[in-house]
Write a protein that binds this ligand. Structure first.
Ligand code: SF4
Ligand code: SF4
Length: 382
């Protein structure tokens, strides 16, 4: 009996760290069967949860860091187990003992030191806004804070999206500003990696900034920022109204404030990002936007909406190597080509990055383009 005590303590600690549903799981394996890893190299979430119920005795670290937090399994679990919270809790415990992949340790370290996970200098954050002459947010003049996310500050491909967003918002007469290098990462990824303490410090920092500047409404370009501000900041007392750019574009087009007029002559399909679609139910606005652009023929792929295929970049996977043949995004390109698409549109920086990589490494450069829907709207404004 004495030998079992430490394992019981580990299971209790997982529950205390946020994995409150640990004992709810009755081992049906629906999660394992639902997981997109099943298309490439299966991830056995049922077994991981069973090991956690037993205090992680026999755990070898095989599956924990592969979960992309896509949410497919949580949607389908018959017991309603909050599986992603369990993953976060176990990762947090592993992180405390130092058992965390080196690349994730570096990403969390960079967030702590620089306010972003890309080892970019803080002063570079939102430098794009100066070049585009986007003003500093002023509550007396601006309705919205445009929260650009870390990606456009440090990734050239993502910067094109924020440039397009700026053009489109200006064309529609939206009053918006940015908060320059004072702003920090929203913290979505570090929380999923298991670093609750760093997440808490980001909430406090960004929350303090919002309060100091009188920010009431935020436009999020990333579904990950959107999800975090909407669903996770309020848990820690920070409440702002947040709208994703796809929702705002649909509203602006619907009300006649924005009119895409230049025909684009393309067959376009849409990839639902997990954190916009499955996690937050935003399926229709991006499709309404695409269908409002003249010249576009819109086609759906086989896996859409709640059943959309994860790009593979969530849950910290953006900072981990996934070998060729195991990348979900490699499967998505042929699915888009199969419906005759010349453009695979989406609305997430991570998805764009993963899909662009797959497009290039699978030799499909000349067959299909990866575009954010904001870029397509900007192009259609002429
Ligand atoms: S689907 Fe739910 S109940 Fe079934 S094994 Fe997975 S977590 Fe447990
Ligand atoms: S959240 Fe997604 S990647 Fe993680 S175990 Fe569930 S289905 Fe698999």
């Amino acid at each position: 009996m004495a030998a079992a005590t430490p394992f019981i303590e580990v299971a209790d600690a997982i529950v205390e760290c946020g994995g409150k549903d640990l004992t709810l799981c009755y081992q049906c394996a629906t999660c394992t069967g639902s997981c997109p890893w099943g298309y490439v190299e299966p991830l056995n979430m049922r077994r991981l949860i069973h090991l956690a119920q037993l205090g992680l005795e026999g755990y070898e670290g095989e599956d924990l860091w592969r979960c992309t937090t896509c949410g497919t399994c949580t949607d389908r679990c018959p017991r309603g187990v909050a599986i992603i919270d369990l993953v976060r809790a176990i990762r947090g415990m592993m992180g405390e003992t130092g058992l965390i992949p080196q690349t994730l340790r570096s990403a969390v370290g960079s967030v702590r030191a620089n306010g972003n996970p890309w080892s970019g200098e803080r002063k570079e954050r939102n430098a794009w806004a100066e070049k585009l002459e986007v003003p500093r947010f002023d509550a007396s003049q601006h309705e919205y804070l445009l929260f650009g996310c870390c990606m456009p500050s440090y990734d050239p491909r993502s910067r094109k999206v924020v440039q397009a967003a700026t053009k489109v918002l200006r064309a529609a007469g939206v009053r918006f500003g940015v908060l320059g290098s004072d702003e920090s990462c929203c913290g979505e990824a570090v929380r999923k990696i298991g670093s609750e303490e760093v997440f808490g410090s980001l909430v406090a920092s960004n929350g303090g900034l919002f309060t100091a500047h009188g920010v009431k409404k935020v436009i999020a370009l990333s579904p990950h920022c959107y999800h975090t501000f909407k669903n996770e900041y309020p848990e820690q007392g920070v409440k702002v109204e947040v709208i994703h750019i796809s929702e705002l574009l649909a509203e602006l087009i619907g009300s006649g404030k924005l009119t895409p007029s230049k025909p684009l002559d393309a067959t376009v399909t849409y990839h639902d990002p997990c954190y916009l679609g499955r996690h937050n139910g935003i399926f229709d606005p991006p499709r309404q936007v695409l269908q409002a652009i003249p010249g576009i023929t819109f086609k759906e792929m086989i896996r859409i909406r709640e059943s959309s295929l994860c790009c593979g970049g969530g849950g910290g996977r953006m900072w981990m190597e996934t070998k060729r043949g195991d990348r979900f995004s490699d499967l998505r390109i042929p699915e888009a080509l199969a419906v005759g698409a010349t453009v695979l549109a989406t609305s997430c920086f991570y998805c764009i990055s993963m899909l662009e990589d797959s497009r290039l490494t699978s030799g499909c450069e000349d067959k299909i383009e990866i575009r954010d829907l904001t870029e397509l709207v900007a192009e259609s404004l002429g």
